[in-house]
Design a protein around this ligand. Structure first.
Ligand code: MN
Length: 356
């Protein structure tokens, strides 16, 4: 199998000291629990699976957990079948690793309070809203995916990248950049993808199996959402009633990737999807074009995310959720008169430009 050694300067923008502390933790502990976030995406799954393969190489026995089932589009990745949906409080572990999540609640209840102070907690993430909830926080808010700081960590451990590890990391970075489409797809990201292909990663396979394959039921779900699609100025949104989910057999943990679907409405700068859940809440996914920021909207409503993709959960029915979210979305749009950028975002724009 082809192996490639990566240079940390390619993928890390955090202090080397943090990288070394994270690597030391992984070298000292042999039974780590890797937790992926609920409604898992390719980044949280691909990263945990790549790290699992790396840790197996240094004699560790990693355990993987995610409260929800692994989506079909990443279930083919090596090791995906080893995921468990929960672990008992007295599980035999000596380290906890939170993968691709901004705060402790994102473990979906897998993290047990009794572990606090007992096992070190390592956080590997890239969300701007990350609360630094670990003992060691390997968090790079400028990274397009958690795959980048994670690859730097694997490199710091001196573990050569195998083709399988590269395929898992490709699934991570290609999903979070929606197939290298997002504004944070920097030259660094493209070089990273090139390195993963050189290491034997299956780029075409990930594109086909993870990004371009839509299960029939999800496609039927899109039909429902698109039938309810609305556009008001530069704001596009769609609602998804619980009755329709039940009729199609769609579980609450399945968001049908509607946020990304709606993000393609050409006229819209801000997009929102509203999925009615079985517990009396509405799951809201927010997207925006570069220069527009939806992270603050999610944060106001006790959610989180990035400037271009964020989400939150709102109590009440679909009408109530729209009444809370849509005015905030219109507020964001109002800060950007005309086609240009508003003053509020010029600093962000300058920073993004400088990185290019
Ligand atoms: Mn991510």
């Amino acid at each position: 199998m082809t192996t490639t050694s990566m240079t940390t300067t390619m993928t890390s923008s955090f202090p080397a000291e943090i990288l070394h502390r994270a690597a030391a933790l992984l070298e000292q502990r042999r039974r780590p629990l890797l937790i992926s976030h609920p409604r898992p995406d390719g980044d949280t799954i691909g990263c945990a699976l790549a790290l699992r393969l790396a840790l197996l190489q240094i004699g560790s026995q990693p355990l993987l957990a995610c409260v929800h089932p692994i989506p079909e589009n990443v279930a083919y990745l090596p090791g995906a079948e080893t995921y468990v949906s929960d672990v008992p409080e007295d599980v035999d572990i000596d380290l906890v690793i939170a993968v691709d999540m901004s705060d402790l609640s994102r473990t979906g209840g897998i993290y047990k309070d009794a572990w606090c102070g007992k096992f070190p907690l390592l956080v590997i993430d890239h969300h701007a809203t990350n609360t630094a909830f670990g003992d060691v926080n390997l968090v790079d808010p400028d990274a397009a995916a958690t795959a980048l700081p994670l690859a730097a960590l694997i490199d710091a451990l001196g573990i050569p990248l195998t083709g399988d590890m590269a395929t898992c990391l490709l699934a991570a970075v290609l999903t979070d950049t929606r197939g290298l489409r997002t504004s944070n797809t920097t030259p660094e990201v493209l070089r990273f993808v090139g390195q993963l292909i050189e290491a034997g990663g299956d780029y075409a396979g990930v594109m086909e199996k993870t990004l371009d394959s839509i299960p029939y039921r999800q496609m039927r779900g899109w039909a429902v959402a698109l039938d309810r699609l609305q556009l008001d100025g530069q704001l596009a949104w769609a609602t998804f009633p619980l009755a329709e989910k039940i009729a199609l057999g769609i579980e609450d943990h399945d968001d049908l990737d509607l946020g990304n679907l709606l993000s393609r409405v050409a006229e819209a700068k801000v997009m929102a999807t509203f999925l009615e859940m079985r517990d009396g809440t509405v799951k809201v996914s927010l997207r925006s074009r570069p220069g527009y920021n939806v992270a603050w909207i999610a944060k106001v409503l006790e959610g989180g995310g990035h400037h271009q993709a964020a989400g939150c959960s709102v109590t009440g029915d679909l009408d109530a959720a729209q009444a809370r979210v849509l005015p905030l979305a219109r507020q964001e749009l109002a800060q950007h008169p005309g086609e240009g950028l508003g003053a509020a975002d010029s600093a962000t724009f300058a920073r993004v430009s400088a990185r290019r």
